[in-house]
Design a protein around this ligand. Structure first.
Ligand code: ATP
Length: 207
């Protein structure tokens, strides 16, 4: 019986912030495994220039390979159509061993956006949420979340929320740094940096 965290993202590219947050969430929430799930076409980022899926996957593999608790699922890359979280959760759950528990790990900002997600009510009913709370950025009163999902859901989110350090690292900033010839050393794992350089990723202007 294992507790498994599902950590989705575009990982375009994966960075030290992702790894730090995933490790903290894993230990604080006592998860046995953190599953990184690279998204194919994140529904809310459809206009953004994404590196090819196989490159984002490879970078994520390189980033997690020295942590035995970190694994990757290609489930969203292999599925046709947009990467709706509810579909991912259902598909992953079908593959779990009996007794395994799945938890959805989301940034605190994303919690507020959840009411707009595809079939969000079902999602919240079907999987416990682990919100990553940033210091200085309280999750607020979660009124929209409460109105949409009810008191019980808000209580669950507050109960399982994990305090994380404030990390000003983002894939957007990393891509911009690459485009403008600035360093990304220590912002991404060394192997990821080498992969980006070798494959000349993120050099072109974004659309
Ligand atoms: P982008 O800059 O392209 O939007 P990102 O750095 O936010 O990307 P994603 O792959 O979208 O990376 O992130 C996956 C998850 O990790 C999201 O839930 C996002 O909110 C969270 N996340 C990423 N970076 C941070 C950070 N520095 N602090 C807190 N949460 C983060």
């Amino acid at each position: 019986m294992a507790n498994i965290g599902l950590f989705g993202g575009s990982f375009n590219p994966v960075h030290m912030g992702h790894l730090i947050l995933a490790e903290i969430a894993r230990t604080e929430a006592k998860l046995d495994q953190m599953l990184f799930v690279p998204a194919k076409e994140p529904p809310h980022k459809i206009m953004r220039r994404l590196a090819p899926a196989e490159d984002r996957l490879r970078m994520t593999e390189l980033a997690v390979e020295d942590n035995d608790y970190f694994q990757i699922s290609e489930i969203e890359l292999k599925r046709e159509g947009p990467s709706y979280t509810l579909l991912t959760v259902r598909e992953l759950r079908d593959r779990l061993e009996t007794g395994d528990n799945l938890f959805l790990v989301v940034g605190a900002d994303s919690v507020h956006e959840m009411p707009d997600w595809w079939h969000a009510k079902e999602l919240v009913r079907e999987i416990p949420i682990i919100a990553l709370r940033r210091p200085g950025y309280p999750m607020g009163n979660l009124e929209k979340v409460r109105a949409e999902f009810g008191d019980e859901a808000v209580e669950q989110i507050q109960e399982l929320a994990v305090e994380t350090p404030l990390l000003q690292i983002s894939s957007t900033d990393i891509r911009k740094r690459i485009r403008t010839g600035r360093t990304i050393r220590y912002l991404v794992p060394d192997k990821v940096r080498a992969f980006i350089l070798e494959n000349q990723l993120y050099k072109e202007a974004e659309i």
